[in-house]
Design a protein around this ligand. Structure first.
Ligand code: UT7
Length: 334
C-alpha cells in the first residue's frame, strides 16, 4: 500500500489576553456593531510585549506532541508557517527546534500567509509519502497585534487580526484503513495581486532598508484592498474545494466538515453557500479568535476536535485564501 500521512496529534495555544471589540473602541475609531456586522468577530487574543510567534508555536507544538503520544525526539523534521516571524531572519522553525531541543533535524519556514498551514501540510505530506520522513511537526503561529495600524488608515485590518499558534504532528499511516489520512492537497497562487494584501517595508529593495519615513508614511504596516481580497476569497476557496473533490471522486454531500480560513465570517458563509454545503457543517470560530492568518485553520480544527464535532472516519475539507494571492485546499479522512 502506498504511504499516506495522517494527523496523529494536534494542539493550539492562545496568548492569555482577550481583546474585545469594546476594548478596541477605546483605541480605534470603530464600533462593536461595525466589527460584528462586517466580520463576525467579537474577541481576539493579543500577546504581551516580548512574546513572538516562535513562543506561541512552541507551546502549541508541546500540546501536539502530547496529543500524538510521542516523544519529541521522534520528530524527523519541522515546518513552520508564519507571516509574522520573530525576526527578519532567521525563520521561526529553527527557534522552535531550539526550544524543543531537537538538534540537528531540518527546519523549514513557509511564507504563504493565510494559506501557510495548507502549504505546509502539502510539503509535509509529500515528504512522508516519499518516505523521506516519518514524523513531521508542522507549526502555524502568528503575532500580528504589535504591528497593526490602529489609526483610521489601518482600522479595517487592525480589528480583524488576532494572535495565536497551532501545531500538528504528521505521521506515516501504518494501519489497515486504506481511506484514512491526507487524501490530497491543492495549492494555487496569483502573484499579480501581491500588493492587495502586503506589508511593503522594511525592504532590501530600498536603501536604507529601515527609515523614519517608512513609519511616517505608514508603509511599515500591513495594507489591504479589502474588497478585492473579499471578492477573490469567495471565488477561489470554492474553486479549490471543487478541484479537490473532483480529484478524489467525492461530492460536496460526502463532506462532513468544511474548515475555511477564518478571515471573515461573511466570507465563510458565502463560500458555504457557493459550495452548497449546509452551514452546520462549516466550522467557524472567528467570533472569539479573529483572523490568525496561518494559524486559523489548525486552531479551528483543534477546537472542533476537542468539542467532539470531528470524529474518526469523518471527511474534513480545509480551504484557505490570502495574501499573495495564495489559496489552497486539503481533503482529510479523519
Ligand atoms: O486573511 C486574509 C484575507 N483577508 C480577508 O479575506 C479580508 C477580506 N476583506 C474583508 O473582510 C472586508 O473587506 C473588511 C471587513 C476588511 C471590510 O469590510 P467592507 O464591507 O469591505 O468595508 P469597506 O472596506 O468597504 O469599508 C466600508 C466603510 C468605509 O467607510 P466609508 O468610506 O464608507 O465612509 C471604511 O472607512 O467602513 C469604514 N471602516 C470602518 N469603520 C469602522 C473600515 N474599517 C472600519 C472599522 N470601523 N474598523
Amino acid at each position: 500500500m502506498a504511504i499516506r500521512s495522517f494527523i496523529a496529534g494536534i494542539g493550539h495555544f492562545l496568548p492569555p489576553q482577550t481583546v474585545t471589540n469594546f476594548d478596541l473602541e477605546k483605541v480605534i475609531n470603530t464600533t462593536d456593531e461595525w466589527i460584528q456586522q462586517r466580520s463576525g468577530i467579537q474577541t481576539r487574543h493579543h500577546v504581551e510585549p516580548g512574546t513572538g510567534a516562535s513562543d506561541l508555536g512552541t507551546q502549541a507544538a508541546l500540546k501536539a506532541i502530547e496529543d500524538a503520544q510521542i516523544d519529541a525526539s521522534e520528530i524527523d523534521f519541522i515546518i513552520a508557517a508564519t507571516l509574522s516571524p520573530d525576526h527578519y531572519f532567521p525563520g521561526i522553525g529553527v527557534m522552535i527546534q531550539a526550544n524543543l531541543g531537537l538538534f540537528p533535524i531540518g527546519a523549514l519556514d513557509v511564507r504563504n500567509q493565510c494559506s501557510g498551514f495548507i502549504y505546509g501540510l502539502s510539503v509535509a505530506d509529500q515528504y512522508i509519502k516519499a518516505g523521506t520522513y516519518k514524523k513531521i511537526l508542522l507549526v502555524a503561529a502568528e503575532v500580528q497585534s504589535p504591528n497593526l495600524d490602529y489609526s483610521d488608515d489601518g482600522r479595517d485590518i487592525a480589528v480583524l487580526f488576532g494572535d495565536g499558534g497551532a501545531a500538528v504532528i504528521l505521521e506515516a499511516y501504518e494501519g489497515e484503513d486504506k481511506d484514512k489520512g491526507i487524501l490530497s492537497t491543492h495549492l494555487f497562487s496569483d502573484g499579480r495581486f501581491f500588493k492587495d494584501l502586503w506589508m511593503e517595508v522594511p525592504s532590501p529593495r530600498e536603501k536604507p532598508v529601515f527609515s523614519y519615513d517608512m513609519i511616517d508614511s505608514k508603509r511599515c504596516f500591513p495594507k489591504m484592498n479589502g474588497r478585492h481580497v473579499f471578492i477573490n476569497a469567495v471565488e477561489k476557496m470554492p474553486d479549490a474545494v471543487n478541484t479537490a473533490l473532483a480529484q478524489n471522486q467525492l461530492s460536496i454531500e460526502d463532506v462532513d466538515h468544511l474548515i475555511p480560513h477564518q478571515a471573515n465570517d461573511r466570507i465563510s458563509l458565502m463560500v458555504a453557500k457557493k459550495l452548497g454545503i449546509p452551514v452546520e457543517k462549516v466550522i467557524r470560530n472567528i467570533d472569539h479568535i479573529g483572523n490568525t492568518t496561518a494559524a486559523s485553520i489548525p486552531i479551528a480544527l483543534d477546537e472542533a476536535l476537542k468539542e467532539g464535532r470531528v470524529k474518526e472516519g469523518d471527511l474534513v475539507v480545509l480551504t484557505a485564501f490570502g495574501s499573495g494571492f495564495t489559496w489552497a485546499s486539503a481533503v482529510i479522512r479523519w
